[in-house]
Design a protein around this ligand. Structure first.
Ligand SMILES: Nc1ncnc2c1ncn2[C@@H]1O[C@H](COP(=O)(O)OP(=O)(O)O)[C@@H](O)[C@H]1O
Ligand SMILES: [Mg+2]
Length: 252
């Protein structure tokens, strides 16, 4: 599992994001962008952040370090801003901490990554069905001369149908991906070789490792997936099935 730290102070809200992320200080002396469990989009977006973020890292992309941050009750109780207090009260417990990159700029296309790196980003987004990386909403930061990937909460949306319809890896495997609006569309060149290069890196062993990083407490059981272990197995089964069917989704 990801390392767990405790939140000691709420610093400031990040007004840009739709999910009301905020900056907090941790008991590790770090400054963290916190994606809150109580932000209204539920725990599943935090699960997607961890699985896709750690997969991105394993493929060689730059991703800020991820930790789990525990928000204690008293921080919420003594917060003066009412809106923030409500959010913190709803988020007591384990939340996602993303290493804060001070002075980072939003990606504007002026300094694109290499064609290989761009292809890796697009391939990962296609594989995990991440629709949130467009010119209107890049979810990429420029920091210290590199391109950093953030915000993978929209990926793996198949898990939202688990409570009502159960897990169907064959459906996710067949789901197409529209790469025409992807932020890297004009930068990538050799997509077929990107698939050959990357698909061999995504082994069942790697997927197992990445899914193991998610805390049990975020893996909500359903009627068919009664415990954290079966939920983990369902993520792996969906991703393994999709990897085996690139004709459906791999960008060309
Ligand atoms: N690790 C980080 N370092 C610096 N700024 C960040 C970081 N993560 C997010 N931000 C800023 O906060 C904004 C919202 O974060 P994001 O993860 O995209 O949240 P949302 O899910 O609400 O879109 C980003 O567009 C960026 O400006
Ligand atoms: Mg975002």
């Amino acid at each position: 599992m990801l390392e767990t730290i405790e939140a000691i102070r709420f610093v400031t809200p990040l007004r840009e994001g739709g999910s009301l992320p905020g900056v907090m200080e941790g008991d590790d002396f770090g400054t963290w962008v916190v994606k809150f469990r109580g932000a209204g989009q539920g725990l599943k977006v935090l699960v997607a952040e961890v699985i896709v973020g750690e997969l991105a890292r394993a493929l060689g992309l730059k991703v800020p370090q991820l930790k789990v941050i525990e928000v204690p009750e008293q921080i919420a109780r003594y917060e003066a801003d009412e809106e923030v207090q409500d959010l913190l009260t709803a988020s007591v417990g384990l939340n996602l901490a993303v290493d804060f990159l001070p002075g980072a700029f939003g990606y504007d296309g002026e300094h694109p990554p290499s064609a290989d790196e761009a292809a890796t980003i697009m391939w990962l987004d296609a594989f995990t069905a991440n629709v949130d990386r467009t010119p209107a909403n890049p979810n990429l930061l420029r920091w210290h001369g590199d391109t950093w990937c953030i915000d993978h909460g929209a990926a793996l949306y198949f898990h939202h149908s688990w409570p009502s319809r159960g897990s169907h890896p064959e459906r996710f495997a067949a789901q197409p991906f529209d790469s025409s609006t992807h932020i890297m569309r004009g930068v990538v060149t050799d997509l077929p070789s990107a698939h050959d290069r990357l698909s061999t890196l995504v082994t069942t062993g790697l997927l197992t490792e990445v899914v193991a990083q998610v805390p049990d407490a975020w893996l909500e059981p359903t009627a068919d997936l009664p415990d954290a272990e079966s939920v983990r197995a369902a993520y792996i089964a969906n991703l393994v099935a999709r990897l085996a069917n690139p004709e459906a989704w791999s960008p060309r």
